[in-house]
Design a protein around this ligand. Structure first.
Ligand SMILES: [Ca+2]
Length: 446
């Protein structure tokens, strides 16, 4: 399947939303998201380093705006804080571990183009947070970024290693309703904890042999949020000394939406631990994957497909063969459907890239209305998954005969899973045989 990175995922819809600015154009595609004032605006922020006045000081931060940024769609917002002596550039480039592969602690490559990343620069390359000035700096950046870019306000995250973990902890304490979750790597209580009594989804990874910020301090930070989140207290299993492995524990009993996950690993004060070897590895570290799974569990469930009603022309859809067009002659609902004519193989059909929206080992329900342009072929829905360079095809709905005289609904529920790094996922409709043209309308994958 052809890959279409330019088509961005819609981060779907959350309740509790305050729509600060009406979304322009086809509001139907964005729904009633908790979108920000920046939705609909042409960005003025630099894709790169920006400055802002905060607490009377000039502060700087790097923003990475997704390729193909669409100001109608609310994006996830992730802050990555550097360690002591590190820089915003180190976080943004990943250069201290592996350039690009480890950008934003390795999360950028997992996010596809679904997320706005921010790497703030600390004063003196640290996060002393004197008088709360670094928390205020975060408040000021959020105000500036969300006034300019389209952000899903229920999807703000913070993470960092060491001093950056301490800063993320300070935000967990002071801004538990601003951020959806935090991930702390080998952090300590170096940036303070103003407040610290409210629940927030909390991930913490720490090395058993950490000689800079001892793991006992990490356990204490974790336990503060085990209590706040109402989880059952426990001493999670930790790997053996010399095992060069990690053990991850998700606490039980936590209040809904406020999980705590603890990952202990047999290493020292490092940011990109791997199993089976010492030291950092950008490509083999397990930590970005576990963090990304923790963060993305909070994405609102909803239809993953863009322009699911086909009322917005061919937006969001591509053809793997033949020609795609917006049809006004037939529609299951509304005034348009999508037609893929001129197919030259049965597997060709209208498809949409859903790589950035998928969660591993999750159950998805499919529904799509289909009709033939000629003939009575069997039609089905398929998900092509490419992980670790291998493509597999998952049938989402049983094949059903379609015809030219009316619409047939294809439905099914399937668990989607893969091994390794997912690099492409395409949702598409195909036929069991033949090359008859196919119309689709009212598609849902959630
Ligand atoms: Ca329609």
């Amino acid at each position: 399947m052809t890959r279409h990175r330019s088509l961005l995922a819609m981060i779907a819809i959350a309740a509790l939303a305050i729509l600060l600015t009406p979304l322009p154009g086809s509001a139907a595609t964005a729904g009633t998201a908790a979108a920000t004032a920046g939705c609909g605006r042409t960005p003025t922020l630099q894709n790169g380093t920006n400055t802002i006045q905060s607490s009377g000081k000039t502060r700087s931060y790097i923003v990475r705006i997704p390729a193909g940024y669409d100001n109608r769609r609310p994006y996830r917002l992730v802050f990555g804080f550097h360690w002591r002596g590190g820089t915003a550039t180190d976080v943004a480039t990943g250069q201290t571990v592996q350039r690009d592969v480890w950008s934003y602690y390795g999360l950028q490559r997992l996010a596809g183009e679904s997320t706005i990343f921010v790497a703030p620069q600390g004063i003196g390359n640290g996060w002393a947070n004197s008088g709360g000035e670094d928390v205020t700096f975060v408040d000021d950046m959020i105000r500036r970024i969300e006034g300019d870019l389209c952000v899903e306000t229920t999807q703000r995250f913070a993470l960092g290693f060491s001093y950056g973990g301490a800063m993320s902890f300070a935000l967990a304490c002071a801004r538990p309703t601003v951020f959806r979750a935090v991930a702390i790597y080998a952090g300590g209580r170096l940036s303070g904890c103003s407040g610290g009594t409210q629940p927030i989804a909390y991930f913490h990874a720490h090395g058993l042999r950490d000689g800079v910020l001892n793991i006992s301090g990490g356990r204490s930070m974790r336990d503060q949020f085990v209590r706040n989140n109402g989880c059952a207290a426990q001493n999670p299993p930790e790997p053996g000394q010399g095992s060069l492995t990690h053990r991850t524990t998700t606490y039980s009993g936590c209040a809904a939406g406020y999980p705590v996950t603890w990952a202990a690993f047999d290493e020292g004060h490092i940011a990109a631990p791997q199993d089976g070897a010492t030291g950092d590895s950008g490509s083999r570290t397990w930590l970005p994957g576990e963090t990304w799974r923790f963060f993305t569990q909070f994405q609102s469930s909803g239809n993953l497909l863009t322009n699911a009603t086909m009322e917005d022309g061919t937006t969001g859809w591509t053809a793997s063969g033949g020609t795609l067009s917006s049809a006004t002659t037939v529609a299951h609902a509304g005034s348009r459907s999508l037609l893929n004519s001129g197919r030259t193989a049965a597997w060709q059909g209208p498809n949409q890239n859903v790589t950035a929206q998928l969660t591993n080992n999750k159950s998805y329900t499919t529904s799509v209305w289909v009709r033939s342009q000629s003939g009575t072929p069997g039609a089905k829905t398929t998900l092509a998954l490419t992980a670790n360079g291998t493509t597999s095809y998952l049938q989402l709905t049983p094949a059903q005969t379609i015809n030219t005289g009316g619409w047939t609904q294809l439905t099914g529920t399937t668990t989607v899973s893969w091994t390794g790094t997912l690099t492409n996922a395409s949702f598409y409709v195909e036929t069991a045989a033949g090359t008859d043209g196919i119309y689709i309308d009212d598609a849902s994958f959630q």
